[in-house]
Ligand binder design. Structure first.
Ligand code: SF4
Length: 395
């Protein structure tokens, strides 16, 4: 359980004003002391996160955020960080201090939660000291209010049950490969071992596809591009070949037309994001002109080599396609800019280190502002002329 990457965990985040008891509530849900709890306002500064197993949902990530009414100097920055967390949240808990609820703060936050389509539970905490009339007003305002007390433990189990109910309803994450290949089917995974390949290990997307094959009773064969031809001669009735995007063109030439081909990035684009939106976005590449501005958004930090896919390969191919220089800007890590209007195209990485909600909210921001967005795998397939083949039967 502890080895499940955070990107594969459902994210449950706790929001509310300072001193409403968010940290104590997180500790009660976890059943341990994790967040720093104190009566001094604003004790939680950066979001604090902790992985746990929420039976029967499975692995989740619990996130405690800074107070929304943080009056300290760094308050504005903290609130910005808190709102960033909202964009990756699968289910939110809004905590009100039941002895003196701040409805205005809740109403302001609710607008944001609805904007990003985040389901939420409202908690009236400190119910052991709450005025009964206030609790009734709260219930009138929100039918799904749960009264909790971290002193008497009242409502904690009800809260967990409500979270499970919402998460089970929301659980629409596609399998990476299980719905594309039948049980007992055969998949060949092509992993080039070049200077880009990390020494002595496979990268996370490759490992996750192998695991998905195992989960679904699909037989997977892992080969380098240099041995693919021989592997296809050894094997009969291959259902699907999945390749590293960088070897797309070479693999496509080796592979007979009757065998389906896709890439690790496209499988992730489909599972982690919105493949339709990425295909729609990539078609806007036809309208790009020299000097246009492109954002390359990478969700984790890694060393950049002379063959780096986002820094070198895609920019080179794109400039060749457009016939002139383009202005590339790079964003690395978990932040995604608000001022996306200045970009003519956004190219997102495969997103293996972040959760689906984050990618879907980024796609949504782009759609709202009519900025085309695509991802590495889709744009590489487009630029190498095999987009149709690699996305056939996947949408
Ligand atoms: S840059 Fe993106 S696709 Fe590459 S490893 Fe990081 S999260 Fe995964």
């Amino acid at each position: 359980m502890n080895n499940t990457p955070n990107s594969n965990r459902k994210h449950i985040a706790i929001f509310g004003n300072t001193n409403s008891g968010k940290s104590s509530l997180m500790n009660k849900i976890l059943g341990q002391e994790m967040s720093l709890v104190s009566d001094v306002e604003g004790t939680t500064t950066d979001p604090v996160q902790k992985a746990m197993e929420l039976i029967p949902v499975g692995p989740v990530l619990l996130i405690d955020t800074a107070g929304l009414e943080d009056k300290s100097e760094l308050g504005k920055l903290r609130i910005e960080k808190t709102m960033e967390v909202l964009k990756k949240t699968d289910v939110a808990i809004f905590v009100l201090d039941a002895s003196s609820p701040d409805f205005e703060a809740f109403d302001r936050w609710k607008i944001e939660a609805l904007k990003y389509n985040i389901p939420f539970v409202v908690v009236a905490n400190k119910s052991e000291v709450a005025n009964k009339e206030i609790v009734e007003t709260l219930k009138d305002k929100n039918s799904n209010v749960i009264c909790t007390s971290t002193v008497t433990d009242i409502g904690i189990d009800d809260l967990k049950e409500e979270l499970i109910k919402i998460l089970e309803k929301e659980d629409d994450e596609k399998s990476l490969i299980g719905d594309l290949v039948p049980y007992n089917g055969k998949v060949v995974l092509v992993v080039p071992i070049d200077s880009e390949a990390p020494k002595g290990r496979l990268i996370l997307p490759q490992v996750q596809v192998i695991r998905d094959c195992l989960d679904n009773g699909i037989k997977s064969y892992v080969v380098r591009d240099t041995e693919l031809k021989e592997a296809l001669e050894d094997l009969k009735n291959v259902d699907l070949v999945v390749t590293d995007s960088q070897a797309f063109k070479k693999v496509s030439q080796i592979l007979p037309e009757n065998i389906r081909l896709t890439s690790f990035s496209i499988l992730f684009a489909r599972q982690k994001g919105d493949l339709n939106a990425f295909i729609e976005g990539v078609n806007k590449v036809r309208n790009l002109r020299p000097n246009d501005t492109i954002l390359i958004s990478e969700s984790c930090t890694h060393n950049v080599s002379h063959e780096d896919i986002g820094r070198v390969k895609i920019p080179k191919l794109l400039e060749k396609y457009v016939g002139g220089k383009l202005n590339f800007e790079f964003r690395v890590g978990h932040d995604f800019p608000e001022d996306i209007e200045k970009y003519d195209l956004i190219i997102h990485c495969g997103a293996c280190m972040i959760n689906r909600k984050t990618v879907l909210n980024r796609v949504k921001s782009c759609n709202d502002k009519q900025i085309p967005i695509t991802n590495y795998g889709v744009i590489l397939a487009f630029l190498t002329g095999i987009l149709d083949r690699s996305t056939d039967n996947l949408i």
